[in-house]
Design a protein around this ligand. Structure first.
Ligand SMILES: C[S@@+](CC[C@H](N)C(=O)[O-])C[C@H]1O[C@@H](n2cnc3c(N)ncnc32)[C@H](O)[C@@H]1O
Length: 366
């Protein structure tokens, strides 16, 4: 790859010092840029793109060489190596063997390979307009220096064209709360919380409020939204984002009510967002997965106590593993005598150019 020597030096330093077991890679890169303030935006962009590609394709590149410079040289030819029948399939899509085997057992080898190939591509940049303050049409007009394509499944999503080189969070429209950056699948899952004015809603794993923001407008400012998470710093961020979006009817979890809607966006293996966090595939282990499955069940046990008799609990993951999705749902339904609302669920599987891979299902007491 024709990279300037000083860019190559930075990439080499980053790749040599990054310890995948201590990830995530995006936080590591942010820290690196903080300590290397002389790097300008375009230099950072080249470094990030190349470094992310190196991480995504690390198993395949490491099949040929351990040297970072040489890996950079191989990157432009990666599609040739991906087709090489002499290389084991899991290496061709840079997926650790244990993970590849697990996904092959569930979906077959061919689909497992297609999934991980799709997850090795760059995710589209998608925003969700805030329907309290604007519409997709108005925002497209207002931000006419950018190119947008409307999402087909989420009614509020816009995919930002790749040619744009604008930092979206620096724009006036972002600062005024007209939009948030959010993948389409995440928007669709949040909208399974079909709350109405005067409902009581609990977002039990709210994090920094990504999904709270995406369902809250339906309440038209009336009723109660409570947010909960074990990370208080994430909840503080959620407060700032909710205020920016013009949502005022929220508070932290009071444990005072039984709720009409509970959203459980549980911690999971996050395999469905590997395009954004490619390093997490190298941290996958059966042990970690077992711990997550247990945690998901504990969170469900804690939260369901707060569901009204005729309320709905929406269970969501960004994973495509059946053990975190369908098998968990079977467990919850048996344990608590629940049924699936409308016999229906949402799932986006990894697909080139598509949404992140999410699973979401609405459950009701019988
Ligand atoms: C998938 S993330 C949620 C993302 C968030 N809903 C969003 O859309 O931005 C899962 C969240 O669960 C939180 N969490 C982990 N254990 C928890 C527990 N026992 N109770 C509540 N939240 C928990 C994590 O801190 C994390 O923020």
């Amino acid at each position: 790859m024709n990279l300037r020597p000083f860019i190559k030096t930075h990439i080499k330093t980053i790749m040599t010092n990054f310890d995948v077991q201590r990830g995530p890679f995006d936080s590591f890169l942010r820290e690196y840029y903080k300590n290397n303030k002389t790097l300008g935006p375009s230099e950072r962009s080249i470094i990030s793109q190349t470094a992310f590609d190196l991480v995504r394709n690390d198993l395949l590149l490491s099949h040929f060489t351990k040297d970072v410079d040489r890996k950079c040289d191989l990157l432009p030819h990666i599609s040739n190596y991906e087709k090489d029948q002499n290389i084991p399939l899991n290496i061709r899509c840079s997926c650790p063997e244990i993970l590849f085997q697990l996904v092959s057992d569930q979906y077959g080898q061919k689909r497992a390979y297609e999934f991980f190939m799709a997850l090795n591509t760059k995710a589209p940049l998608t925003i969700r307009i805030n329907p309290i303050k604007t519409t997709r049409e108005k925002l497209i007009k207002e931000m006419n220096q950018l190119y947008f394509k409307k999402t087909l499944t989420s009614p509020y999503g816009l995919i930002v064209s790749k040619e744009n080189n604008v930092n979206l969070t620096d724009t006036d429209q972002f600062k005024e709360g007209l939009f948030e950056i959010q993948d389409e699948a995440s928007q669709v899952c949040a909208l399974r919380v079909q709350c109405q004015p005067n409902d009581k809603v609990l977002d039990y794993c709210a994090g920094s409020g990504g999904k709270t923001l995406a369902f809250a407008h339906q309440m038209e400012g009336k009723g109660v939204i409570e947010i909960n998470d074990t990370r208080s710093e994430a909840l503080s961020k959620a407060k700032i984002r909710l205020r920016r979006a013009g949502i005022m009817n929220y508070s932290f979890f009071t444990k005072k009510f039984k709720y009409d809607w509970i959203l459980l966006d549980v911690p999971c293996s996050s395999l469905g967002t590997l395009r954004r966090n490619p390093d997490s595939k190298y941290r996958f282990s059966q042990e970690r997965l077992n711990d997550l499955i247990k945690l998901q069940q504990e969170i469900f046990d804690q939260a369901i106590r707060f569901l009204k008799q005729d309320g709905v609990i929406v269970y969501t993951t960004c994973s495509f593993l059946k053990d975190e999705n369908q098998n968990q749902v079977k467990h919850f339904c048996n344990k608590y005598n629940l049924s699936v609302v409308d016999n229906d669920y949402f799932q986006s599987l990894p697909e080139k150019g598509g949404m992140d891979s999410f699973f979401s299902i609405s459950l009701k007491k019988n």
